[in-house]
Design a protein around this ligand. Sequence first.
Ligand SMILES: [Zn+2]
Length: 458
Amino acid sequence: MRRFTFHHTLSIALGLTLLGLSSLEFVVGCGPTAPDVAEAVVSVSLTAPLHTPHLSEISYLSSASAFPVLNSAAREGTVSKPKILAEIVETGSRCLAISNRLTTDKQMTDSDPATFHDFTPENPRFFVEADILQRFQLNSKAVPTELNAIMALSIPEIEKLTSQQFVKIPTKTAKEFLTQCKAIYSEASRFISNLPIKAAMGAATRDIRPWLKLRAEQQHLFSDLINQIAFDSPAAIHARELAFDACSLGVTTEHVCDLEIQQLIENQSIEGLVNWVHTVLLRGEKKYQSLFQISVKNPIIAAAINADNTTLLTIPFADVSETLTNSVSRSIATYWNKLETLTVNPLFYDTFKQSAVINFTSIPGALTKTSAIGGNQITLDKNADHSLKINQATLAHEIGHTMGFVDCYVEFWDSTLPGFVYYNLDQTNLMCSLSGHIQEIHKRALTQTYPAKPISFW
Ligand SMILES: [Zn+2]
């Protein structure tokens, strides 16, 4: 079996220290789904720029700290095959470089967020080392012969290829292969990038599925408890187990649940059990609902009521560059201005004149993120093309954070796998998924948090 060669030092480094739990952004899950394309030949035009933007879905890796992370994970024994993981990342970054060279085919680099696979609580995404390694082994057998020679080159070498040197690759073959290897790259790097914060990502207080299960079963659970009043009846034991699994959602420490179940067993009261199940349901509900709300008000956002009784929300941004202001305006128009009764209006200011604005920092390869919920600092990947659909969605999601919305996707470390689990709570919601959009709940939260000042008549 052929394995990709790994003799070049990485010129693309990885970005891990930027990760913050509340503001962690990435294109979750798989790489873009390859649309059906006719068998055609891609050739690279002579006018294509040599340094085209990196694909944003994996560009969060491109800062300098992933390899130290991988090395320390290897020392701790957290990963079993650090060398192969590093090799996957290297292979993926070469895939990326090839994609970038194939830039004349816009479809190769722009993917519609709506076509992404979405990961629901029933069907989560797993980031497990063993799976990543296995998929890499399967995938590395399938290098199209046309791509073999290129895959052996280093990234700078690929970027320097002229159209004459660049082999002609059937679009479909190239797309399928590049999509596959980018997906593995994305998976491996996601796995690596989360390792340093693994300890803070315990399943108990983060996994919402046990609570969703309890909520789904609550009706028959309560009727069973009323019918079978013995504390040790099968129905009561079942209810106790379900509620215990769901108990840690919304509590400060898991210890609370141990104390609660202890007390319950001491009392042997079916009424106590019913009350406890209610408590667990309500506490979880509060936590669950909070994931769809604005948690922090941003004082620089202003609201007004238009003459036609619609709401106008004004967000001040730093006037950075024409390209970026265009991308921001377009992203807001596409994602935040979809409700007839709400208009979000970006205003761009010279920061010398107006300092209370949302600022952008562009760092090559940076992970897209917002400084805090309700924060005024959005970090962007300088290499990314922010007019691409996927980046437009990401930008809109970040703007949601500046307004104070939290993430409604869930990610945690599952020690039984062992690996990371990811799912979102509503794929039609922009704050949960990049294939989502604005909903009435966003409008309600916005108009409650940013009440319009009454128009004063003097
Ligand atoms: Zn987010």
